[in-house]
Design a protein around this ligand. Structure first.
Ligand code: HEM
Ligand SMILES: *[C@@H]1O[C@H](CO)[C@@H](O)[C@H](O)[C@H]1NC(C)=O
Ligand SMILES: *[C@@H]1O[C@H](CO)[C@@H](O)[C@H](O)[C@H]1NC(C)=O
Length: 418
């Protein structure tokens, strides 16, 4: 068995090896159980946390390396944001700024985002570069961007600094977020909804939030959007990649690590701190912008960076449980009118729905569609500087090349056009 499985797993993981220390692969390939699991992720049978068996095959915990010191005198004490400090839809970035890991004013460069996401929460470089460069391209100046809205003149030159993450609905910001409302329902897309946080906790019984509970909660949010939001839109990039990130990042980046729980454990208290929630279940309240890294908290091990392949594994595992997550389309201006578009038509024949969970296709599809970012400008559909970033990113993967996008297919959705 081992002999036949080993080459399969290596073949499965090989295109992604650049992002990992080689021993992770060697270890994985030696173990027939991991080999079988790697295969079954692709065969869609393993549950929401399936990818951790492949990407964290042996326990690693090093207290000294993983401890994030935010105590008095550390230089990274929590401070409330001031009136001119920018804060937005991302609780992780808001927390980084509140601790001075990012500039406290909320405006930072690509390099700063890449450094901080790696050092503070163990994000892999390829994912960090992609997220940070995308922010700079679609929401920023090309090299820097705001984690909230448009920066004032005191922070960055007016007119050159971009609109920030909060201003990026459908480019970066997606519908069916965990705790943020949809733009066209609440009039904003960045404020934490206490009722949605309560639903997340209710979907996570027993004191802990897990990959399984987050995926079940995502399904609930997805269905609720279809039935209550006339403008719900599940876009090819925002729906396929940003929306799952908003869920998987909660566990993969916010969980506390220890020798007993090297893959992480996310208690209610820990998630409350990261989301600026206080009070007890049934009586929560939020202080917007006060996101905080808990005291005595240990990040994920850098031996297992949460990078593109791991993230793609999580996205695939969730879609295997709930294939509708991959339905590109939206409501037609009324609730319960969700209409899908044909992926094959949308990509001018390059991708098709039946193959989307095979090999690297899903990641290729989502990342390449991220370059289709300016529906509001009549620019040609694919944004050239961004295509460069994306092609660097997908060079690790074996990707069919997206040449053009039939944008008209999306124009029937008011949530896309608004
Ligand atoms: C450069 C890196 C990052 C970028 C560009 C980024 C950007 C974003 C954006 C645009 C959203 C809104 C998405 C939506 O509409 O749902 C978001 C949400 C989110 N981000 Fe980040 N993020 C980054 C890093 C992180 C990190 C390091 C964490 C965790 C520590 C994190 C955790 C989250 C969570 C949990 C949400 C969902 C919030 C909710 O709706 O409840 N992000 N992020
Ligand atoms: C993280 O886990 C360690 C070991 O169990 C524990 O001592 C620490 O208090 C935990 N941190 C948080 C923020 O829960
Ligand atoms: C895809 O395009 C073909 C050819 O134009 C068309 O016949 C078909 O109806 C389209 N499918 C969908 C689901 O739009």
């Amino acid at each position: 068995m081992k002999v036949t499985q080993t080459p399969t797993v290596l073949a499965l993981l090989a295109p992604l090896a650049a992002a990992y220390p080689s021993w992770v692969y060697e270890e994985a390939a030696k173990d027939p159980e991991i080999a079988a699991r790697a295969e079954s992720i692709i065969k869609r049978q393993e549950g929401a946390d399936a990818a951790s068996a492949v990407f964290e095959p042996v326990p690693v915990f090093n207290a000294e390396a993983q401890y994030i010191d935010v105590s008095e005198g550390s230089g990274h004490e929590w401070q409330a944001p001031g009136p001119n400090d920018l804060r937005g839809p991302c609780p992780g970035l808001n927390a980084f700024a509140n601790h001075g890991f990012l500039p406290r004013n909320g405006y930072a460069t690509i390099d700063q985002y890449v450094d901080v996401t790696e050092n503070v929460v163990g994000m892999g470089k390829t994912l960090a570069i992609f997220l940070a460069a995308l922010g700079a391209t679609i929401d920023g100046s090309g090299t820097a961007w705001s984690i909230g809205g448009t920066p004032p003149a005191s922070i960055a030159p007016v007119g050159l600094s971009g609109n920030g993450l909060s201003g990026s609905h459908n480019k970066y910001e997606s519908d069916a977020s965990p705790t943020r409302p949809d733009l066209y329902q609440a009039g904003n897309n960045y404020k934490t909804q206490v009722d949605q946080f309560q639903q997340l906790i209710d979907a996570s019984p027993g004191g802990y939030v897990t990959m399984e509970s987050l995926t079940a909660f995502r399904k609930q949010r997805f269905d609720t959007q279809k039935s209550t939001n006339p403008y719900f839109f599940n876009g090819p990039f925002t729906g396929v990649l940003v929306q799952p990130a908003a869920y998987t990042f909660i566990f993969r980046f916010m969980a506390n690590h220890s020798a007993e729980a090297p893959k992480g454990e996310l208690s209610y208290d820990v998630i409350k701190s990261w989301f600026a929630i206080s009070g007890e279940s049934g009586d929560y309240s939020v202080q917007q912008g006060y996101e905080r890294i808990p005291d005595n908290w240990y990040r994920r091990a850098l031996e297992y960076p949460y990078s593109n392949p791991y993230f793609a594994g999580d996205v695939t595992a969730a879609a295997a449980l709930h294939p509708e997550f991959l339905d590109i389309g939206g409501n037609l201006g009324q609730t319960n009118t969700f209409t899908g578009v044909d992926v094959n038509n949308l990509s001018d024949g390059v991708f098709n729905a039946a193959d989307l969970l095979n090999g690297d296709n899903l990641a290729c599809f989502g990342y390449q569609f991220s370059a289709q970012v300016k529906p509001d400008l009549l620019l040609g559909v694919l944004n050239p500087p961004l295509m460069n970033v994306v092609s660097g990113l997908v060079s690790d993967l074996s990707c069919p090349q997206l040449q053009s996008v039939d944008q008209q297919l999306l124009e029937q959705f008011p949530g896309y056009m608004k």
